[in-house]
Design a protein around this ligand. Structure first.
Ligand SMILES: [Zn+2]
Length: 317
């Protein structure tokens, strides 16, 4: 008897915790992994959530492991989120981008994991820098992150479309009854992404400048596709603090290329960008790397806003 009483108390406490977790999950809308009759998809961060929702339609429920306003690179998972990975029918993630997610998938994901990094070959991290420069900085940015690959693949709409086609196939395996629907929706999304790609190609064809100075080097896929050149103040992850020497180098390059605008991003402090802008007499503007959900609209509208920002900053005709 003396043994059973405490056990019962523990059980009650555990039940209360579970109930609280369940309530929280409903309240913040991120815990919808297992609605009866639907495919439970867990997406690791916003662009993968966008893809999963667009392609999954109303036969899937999608939850995002990275909460709005959080920076996904250094995401930590709480036990409830690890539980979401355990319970998911499909986990959509990008290996090498979020170590905590990689770990959870490795331990609990099994054959339910869909790794976006395996769809198209990723760029080498050092490949997209400003040509004549700073390999060391890039190394610092991605050390320990998946063998020196640049993870920001979603910023090339054509690559995102290809990932979408592959995701449709994966969802079709999890839910054969609706496989044709997933394929159809991926095709529709591909058409929208192709249109966006054409707008970028046309909109950035003729510009006075082609160099963009950005907070962290998130735009390598975008600059590669549209023949721009990225000067990342910090490396591939925003939290790698730029050294005073690096700041001086970036300021010098910004002057050299007469950059009128230094870009910062929504989830990272603008301080460093502002410092450089002040030093070279440039403006600042937001260029959204879509690492979190945009305040308004979706991936497509945020990318169009990025295009307008770039056209203004680079003086495109
Ligand atoms: Zn990033």
């Amino acid at each position: 008897m003396t043994v059973r009483a405490p056990r019962r108390i523990l059980t009650a406490a555990a039940a209360a915790l579970l109930a609280a977790a369940g309530l929280t999950a409903c309240a913040d809308g991120t815990g919808a992994a297992s609605e009866p009759g639907k495919v439970g998809v867990v997406a690791a961060f916003y662009p993968l959530q966008f893809l999963s929702e667009r392609i999954g339609g109303d036969t899937v429920t999608v939850s995002n492991l990275t909460k709005p306003g959080a920076e996904p690179h250094d995401l930590e998972l709480n036990p409830r989120q690890v539980g979401q990975v355990v319970d998911a029918d499909v986990v959509v993630y990008l290996s090498g981008f979020q170590p905590a997610v990689d770990e959870a998938v490795e331990q609990n994901g099994g054959d339910r994991a869909f790794d976006v990094a395996g769809v198209t070959p990723l760029r080498d991290a050092a490949a997209g820098g400003h040509d004549h420069d700073h390999e060391g900085e890039w190394e610092a940015g991605h050390s320990g992150e998946g063998g020196g690959k640049d993870p920001h693949v979603w910023l090339d709409p054509t690559r995102l479309a290809t990932i979408g086609d592959n995701l449709a196939e994966r969802l079709g395996k999890a839910d054969p009854e609706h496989a044709a629907d997933y394929t159809t929706r991926a095709g529709a999304l591909r058409a929208e992404l192709t249109k966006l790609d054409t707008e970028f190609t046309d909109g950035l064809r003729t510009c006075t400048r082609r160099e963009i100075v950005t907070s962290h080097a998130a735009f390598g896929y975008l600059t590669e596709r549209y023949r721009l050149e990225q000067i990342g103040i910090s490396g591939l992850t925003p939290e790698s603090e730029p050294s005073p020497q690096r700041l001086a180098e970036v300021a010098e390059e910004a002057r050299e290329h007469q950059a009128g605008t230094i870009f910062f991003e929504t989830l990272v402090s603008p301080k460093v960008a502002e410092t450089i802008a002040r030093e070279v007499g440039a403006k600042t503007a937001v260029l959204d790397p879509l690492e979190g959900p945009p305040a308004d609209g979706d991936y497509l509208s945020a990318m169009r806003a990025n295009l307008q920002t770039l056209r203004t900053a680079l003086d495109c005709s």
